[in-house]
Design a protein around this ligand. Structure first.
Ligand code: SAM
Length: 246
């Protein structure tokens, strides 16, 4: 009785881990966001297991049935189309329901788009906030206004056809000089990481036909004077608890 969340490659098939393969070989059933997409990967790995669909449109209806299967002793693995299930992908509801029902849950470490994008960005990553997709319409301006004073680096997922509009809205909220990065097609043949002020990124992408999958990172607002400096290194002395709350 167990649920595994198994990350799958975000482009380069070599990024599947040895443990991910072992777990997928060992479970009773694999739940996939899109059985065709995951079928391609599983065939590539020569894994032949019952494959059932689990996506946002059937998530609510299927959770209880899946929980019952696990209570009967079955072990399931959830995969999404790419990356880590539950990260801007279905998974949260099932995990929550398993925890409520005392079913062990284990998420394997593995591919996800926001970590390489954040590290490639060269922006401070000692603290960051993962924002995923911004709301498309309702709530978008409110969310942006909430982020105006954010001091941590912000990480966003975006689709290619919204990239320019989003970067333009970012200049209105964060200013045109705010350092940012756009990572496109991570781990794929045409991977691209563009870094610079928002205004330069807009100028660059305005001349292009924008294709592929995209992560945007935006540096946070400079901390106001007197507030904690950014920490770039793990300095053992600084990390010792001296009992003082600074
Ligand atoms: N579960 C995935 C993860 O762990 O990153 C995210 C799934 S979400 C539905 C898809 C979004 O992730 C894309 O629109 C894009 O923003 C980002 N993404 C996924 N693969 C990517 C890649 N190879 N390069 C850049 N961004 C990627």
């Amino acid at each position: 009785m167990k649920l595994y969340l198994v990350p799958t490659p975000i482009g380069n098939l070599d990024d599947i881990t040895l443990r991910a393969i072992k777990i997928l070989q060992g479970v009773d059933t694999i739940l996939a966001e899109d059985t065709r997409t995951s079928g391609v990967l599983l065939r590539h790995l020569s894994i032949n297991k019952p494959l059932h669909s689990y996506h946002i449109f059937n998530e609510h209806q299927t959770v209880q049935r899946l929980v019952n299967q696990m209570k009967e002793g079955k072990t399931l693995a959830l995969v999404s189309d790419a990356g880590t299930p539950g990260i801007s992908d279905p998974g949260f509801l099932l995990v929550r329901e398993c925890i409520k029902n005392d079913i062990p849950v284990e998420c394997l470490p593995g591919p996800t788009a926001f970590v390489p994008a954040l590290v490639n960005s060269g922006l401070p990553n000692d603290r960051f906030t993962f924002e995923g997709f911004l709301p498309h319409k309702k709530g978008r301006q409110t969310r942006l206004a909430e982020l105006a004073g954010e001091e941590r680096t912000m990480v966003f997922y975006e689709s290619p056809h919204r990239l320019l509009k989003t970067l333009q809205q970012f200049t209105e909220v964060f200013g045109p000089e705010r350092p940012a990065s756009v990572s496109r097609e991570l781990t794929k043949l045409f991977e691209e990481n563009q870094r610079g002020p928002l205004s330069e990124l807009i100028a660059y992408f305005a001349q292009k036909t924008i294709k592929g999958e995209i992560v945007i990172c935006v540096q946070g607002k400079e901390p106001s004077r007197g507030k904690a400096k950014r920490v770039y290194e793990n300095d053992a002395d600084d990390n010792e608890d001296d009992g003082e709350d600074d």
